[in-house]
Design a protein around this ligand. Structure first.
Ligand SMILES: *Cc1c(COP(=O)(O)O)cnc(C)c1O
Length: 339
């Protein structure tokens, strides 16, 4: 039997040889004393890439998001965001427990927001409702199928926000960079803070980064410690992160090309899903299907692993560990679903 094609997530990617070599020879120190030169280099690199003043290396994307909420908001504050964002549904209620914030969710089925709905929410203060303190967005938008936000969409939202800070959950920011052809700095310009993951499509083993203004990142450093996320000789991990940023961004285009091919196969095999493969612009194939769980189970039986992100929503993610041969086996298994 041929090997399993694992499309559960891009988090399963393994570090490259170059990463392993960089990790083995990394120069490290105690980052608690600010003495790890490799961590400092990674933070400076990410700040420069995103056009922000400073950055902080954190153990995970969830922690990056949580720290951002803690520095942008006080407990009881309201954060406006999309109903299907990671920070709402996929962080175990951390925003309530860790940051003490409440969400005001807007519809985000297509990945981006309806600005009229946002304007209504922001104006609610006039109706004796709680004021929206900050806004959180996701680029690419995972649940919607890896939908990239072009910078103009975020700029329009920022104009509406009228000075309220925006946190950009850019776990897959570099997928958005590749899909839109815009620079990370351009995509992040309207945002106050941005988080990006090194451990998804970029293949580093561990870590995310949070960037923003100096004063917020200094406060973020304190919050990271409060959450137990301060690390010591973390340069071993940062070394892999530097290789990720240097060498793994452009190849994401291959993941996007393969995802589109898979999206077309699903659209053809499952007309009842009414899935438009043109909405697949990065590395996530995600669509509603009345029997999503059965579908995922059937494909697993055929050696193609995916998952569900909602009771009737299937998701398949392409990544560095999936080559053209794997993808064609997945496409063949999808085609057999129809028969
Ligand atoms: C994966 C993901 C995160 C969290 O990253 P972890 O490193 O798994 O904690 C946050 N936001 C989005 C959109 C993600 O896909």
């Amino acid at each position: 039997m041929s090997r399993v094609v694992d499309l559960r997530s891009d988090t399963i990617t393994l570090p490259t040889e170059a990463m392993r070599e960089a990790m083995a020879s990394a120069v490290v120190g105690d980052d608690g004393y600010g003495e790890d030169p490799t961590v400092a280099a990674l933070e400076a690199r990410f700040a420069a890439l995103t056009g922000k003043e400073a950055a902080l290396f954190v153990p995970s994307g969830v922690m990056g998001n949580q720290i951002a909420l803690r520095v942008l908001c006080a407990p009881g504050d309201v954060v406006l965001c999309g109903a299907h964002q990671h920070v709402v549904g996929f962080e175990m209620g951390a925003a309530a427990r860790n940051a003490g914030v409440q969400f005001w969710t807007v519809e985000d089925d297509a990945g981006v927001f309806d600005l009229e709905e946002v304007a209504g929410a922001l104006a609610s203060e006039a109706d004796h409702q709680v004021a929206v303190r900050a806004i959180a967005v996701e680029n690419t938008h995972m649940y919607a199928g890896g939908v990239p936000w072009p910078s103009f969409e975020l700029a329009e939202l920022a104009a509406l926000a009228a000075g309220r800070p925006i946190h950009l959950d850019g776990a897959r920011l570099f997928n958005a960079v590749v899909a839109t052809g815009e620079s990370a700095a351009a995509l992040c310009a309207p945002a106050t803070t941005v988080m990006a993951s090194l451990s998804k499509g970029l293949c580093a083993p561990v870590g995310s980064l949070l960037a923003g203004p100096h004063d917020l990142i200094e406060r973020a450093r304190v919050e990271r410690k409060r959450l137990g996320g301060a690390m010591r000789q973390a340069g071993f991990l940062a070394a892999a992160g530097l290789v990720a940023l240097d060498t793994m961004v452009e190849r994401l285009a291959e993941d996007h090309r393969r995802a589109r091919r898979l999206a077309e196969a699903f659209a053809e095999a499952l007309p009842e899903a009414d899935y438009d493969p043109a909405t697949c612009r990065t590395n996530i194939v995600s669509f509603d299907h009345p029997e999503a769980r059965r579908l995922v189970a059937d494909l697993a039986g055929a050696g193609v692993l995916g998952g569900t992100v909602g009771p009737r929503r299937a998701r398949f993610v392409t990544h560095h560990g999936v080559d053209d041969g794997d993808l064609e086996r997945a496409v063949a298994a999808v085609a057999r679903l129809r028969g």
